[in-house]
Structures are given as C-alpha cells and as structure tokens.
Write a protein that binds this ligand. Structure first.
Ligand code: URA
Length: 230
C-alpha cells in the first residue's frame, strides 16, 4: 500500500491532509522520516505520525516444517489435524502454506505470513525446482523418463506440464524434479505411465533441503541463508 493511502485512512484524514503531513516530515517508517507520498509500505513496517503509531509492524514469519503423513496442508480442517496445529507460535493464525503437499505426502513444507514472498515462490514464472522421492506399486516403464520430460496434457486445467526430470533409483523408486506445482501432479503423472504412488516425500525446494535433524512434525524458522537458498 502507498504511504499516503495508509495515512489518509488513519483517523479518516483524507488524501490531501495525508499529503500535507507526509511532506511536512511528520511521518516515519521504521523510524525514518519519509516524505514521499507514494512510498510503498507493507504490514511488516512500523508507521508512526508525530508520536502516534499508525501501523504496528507485524512479525514476519518464514518457517519450515517436516510434514508427517496424515496431516492436512490447510489452515483449517473439520476432521484432520492441520499443519498449522503443529506450529506452536502465538502468530500461527497469520500463516499460510507456500506449496501444499497431499495428506499422505511427507517432507519439506514452507509456511509464512508474507504473501509477497510466497507469491514470488509459487508464481509459475519463478520455476523454483522441487525435488520428491517417490515409490510406486509397479515397475516404472522405460519410456516414463521421456514422457515426464516431454510434458503431459492435464485436464481440466487444459495445460501441458513443464518438463519434469525423472531419475530412476530402482525399478519402483525414483526422484522427480518439478518446476511447478499442479494439483496431485506427481500422482497424476505416474498414473499416466501405469503406476500408483505409494509414498511421496518432498526433499527440497530450490536450494533448500529438508535438514536431517528436523524430525517429522518438527518445525523451525528459516535462517537468512536458507531464505536465500529458496
Ligand atoms: N504431487 C502430488 O501428487 N502430491 C504431492 O503431495 C505433491 C506433488
């Protein structure tokens, strides 16, 4: 939001009065005077006018969770435990999920309350690679590697999936690298080559791998270095 809009809304000052106060140097963002009406502010910035707090800075949360099987990637669910139920933080109600996993799937899940960050991460254009370890119920056919790489038509979306890498580890186990996140994508792709997924685990997102010491159900804040890896 632009600074003048935030100030104008505060106490119903209106745009003209907001401009007057901003250009008079009465408004501070994160402690620094800002005289640009069009200055972009978000929820994580503290905005003050004279000695009054106009907007209390919100705590930005960037978390990773080792999602266990059976837990739903949703903020609310009438029947099942959700990933949010596993997070013990007073601000957990503000979190949303950056890239869901199916209920039976396990592995690396990112949660945040910063919508701009998650949007950047999930925008189809950003093509952040995600790596999965997959087990299936039948031998993976030899042409599967080519078919994953060529892309598959998905309905009802009416799209062709982006080239995906399929690395065979054994006849019924593979590593898959996706550059997008369509609904049940891996299950649907394996379905096309005649295999049913029996186990699905997300190992990494971008350059960030699930740490070995993060047991299923455990979570922690991302470090600055880890945020850069995503
Ligand atoms: N693809 C799936 O089918 N399920 C997941 O949980 C993730 C990717």
């Amino acid at each position: 939001m632009k600074l003048d809009r935030l100030i104008a809304k505060h106490g119903f000052l209106g745009r003209a009065e907001a401009h007057r106060r901003i250009t008079a140097g009465r408004v501070r963002v994160d402690g620094r005077v800002v005289m640009d009406n069009q200055h972009e502010v978000d929820r994580f910035m503290q905005v003050e006018m004279d000695e009054e707090i106009v907007q209390q800075a919100r705590r930005a949360l960037y978390l990773m969770l080792h999602k266990p099987a059976g837990v739903v990637s949703a903020t609310r669910d009438a029947e099942h435990v959700t990933v949010i139920d596993l997070i013990h933080d007073p601000d957990r109600g503000s979190l949303h999920i950056a890239g869901r996993l199916d209920r039976a799937s396990t592995g690396l899940l990112l949660l945040t309350n910063d919508g701009r960050w998650s949007k950047r991460l999930m925008d189809a254009g950003s093509k952040v690679p995600k790596t999965y370890l997959v087990e299936v119920d039948a031998d993976i056919p030899p042409d599967a590697v080519e078919r994953f790489a060529a892309g598959m038509e998905f309905q009802p979306e009416g799209i062709i999936t982006l080239p995906a890498e399929l690395i065979l580890l054994s006849p019924r186990q593979a590593r898959v690298v996706l550059h997008e996140g369509r609904h049940h994508q891996i299950k649907r792709m394996f379905g096309r080559v005649g295999c049913l997924v029996t186990s699905l685990h997300r190992e990494s997102i971008g350059g960030l791998s699930l740490p070995d010491d993060l047991a299923p159900g455990m979570w922690r804040a991302l470090t600055t270095a880890e945020m850069a890896q995503v």
